[in-house]
Design a protein around this ligand. Structure first.
Ligand code: PHE
Length: 377
């Protein structure tokens, strides 16, 4: 019988209140509750079962009260009362035990459902790896770290002062033009030097470093820079640079040449040659562009029976800007140009990665195509 259906048991009316008759009635009652308890298979079954027995209104126990106890003749009441109480206790216990059995079974089946096989292979999450630009940037930094340089960083949102003024850019220098520089909006109410912009190079970190450090200074400053350039195969509005700065007593152009020649050999191989070509930067004097012998044609200018496309048959590839720190710059940071001298350089990380890995489009670095990126893992 399902406990939802009506019980087969009914509390009998007693006519005979003798001990034997009472024993018989209690035996039947307990047998019924035990039988019904055994048939309970869920908590909702159990509630129906409980109510059938315990409901105040017309539960079996209430019926026992009226049909047995209240109906008993006066002289039997004591005995009937005692037996009814005992029987009620047993019924209570049986009902409580049934609930406990339900709950244990439910938690066991929940445990069973949640069982996991720890010997199964796990879900493999593919490990990421360094982005080729970051990897190249770290390689460049490592070359200078081995020479005793430490690393400095600066903000990507800079003031006009650090990005231009303190680097000796005259007020109307074309580099300040909106053609090149991305300015933060609504800065017009501020004095020019406090206006915010996205740094166009890592050179402002030179100034920030010299403001907080006295010579000797040897630092490299890796980081992201921004220019208002339309993206194409060789341009990107966001790219990375590594700046270098060495200031000390008696630093000469020879030190600059030796340092960068070593760095280029460390990055591109010991057979690479360097040459310094006159150039201009407002914050260095004299200034130079560094060229390396073409790593594709070995500096010959031709390859596979034709002119080398990578160096336009010149045998040289222009790679970075450098120079001796302009004495005017020292004036902005309280260094004495009569006592100290130094050099600075700045190189584009993507440009170096493009050459090192033979990448033909700078956009590949920024598109996030895993098929490209995983080649560098
Ligand atoms: N900041 C210059 C640029 O972005 C590069 C440079 C750095 C030149 C340091 C000289 C010295 O083009």
């Amino acid at each position: 019988m399902s406990p939802k259906k009506k019980s087969e048991y009914a509390v009998p009316k007693l006519k005979d209140f003798s001990t034997a008759a009472l024993d018989e009635a209690v035996k039947d009652l307990l047998a019924a509750v035990v039988r019904e308890a055994r048939e309970v298979t869920s908590e909702s079954d159990w509630k129906i079962f409980r109510d059938r027995w315990m409901a105040r209104a017309n539960g079996f126990l209430t019926q026992v009260n009226t049909l047995w106890l209240k109906a008993a003749p006066k002289d039997a009441k004591r005995d009937v009362g005692q037996r009814v109480n005992e029987a009620k206790k047993r019924v209570d216990e049986t009902i409580a035990a049934a609930l406990e059995r339900m709950q244990t079974a439910a938690s066991a089946s929940r445990l069973d459902a949640e069982r996991i096989d720890v010997t199964l292979p796990g879900i493999r999450r593919p490990l990421g790896s360094e982005h080729p630009v970051i990897k190249t940037m770290n390689e460049i930094v490592a070359v200078f770290r081995d020479l005793g340089y430490s690393v400095e960083e600066g903000p990507e949102i800079e003031t006009d002062y650090y990005n231009f003024e303190a680097l000796n850019f005259p007020p109307n220098h074309p580099a300040r033009d909106t053609q090149d520089t991305l300015f933060i909006a609504n800065q017009e109410s501020k004095p020019l030097r406090d206006r915010l912009l996205l740094r166009t190079h890592t050179s402002p970190v030179q100034i920030r470093t010299m403001e907080k450090m006295k010579p000797p200074v040897r630092v490299v400053c890796p980081g992201k820079v921004h220019r208002n350039d339309a993206p194409d195969a060789t341009h990107s509005p966001i790219f990375h640079q590594v700046e270098g700065l060495a200031v000390d007593t008696n630093i000469t152009f020879c030190d600059l040449k030796g340092t960068l020649d070593h760095a280029m050999k460390a990055l591109f191989g010991s057979s690479v040659k360097t040459r310094f070509y006159p150039s201009f930067f407002p914050f260095t004097e004299p200034s130079a562009d560094v060229q390396i012998s073409c790593i594709f044609c070995g500096g010959r200018g031709y390859r596979d029976g034709g002119p080398c496309r990578n160096c336009k048959a010149s045998g040289w590839i222009e790679l970075l800007g450098c120079g001796m720190v302009d004495p005017n710059v020292y004036g902005f940071v309280d260094y004495d140009p009569k006592k100290v001298s130094g050099f600075a350089f700045g190189m584009g990380v993507e440009r170096i990665a493009i050459l090192k890995y033979g990448v033909d489009d700078i956009q590949l670095f920024f598109n996030g195509d895993v098929r490209f990126l995983e080649q560098f893992a």
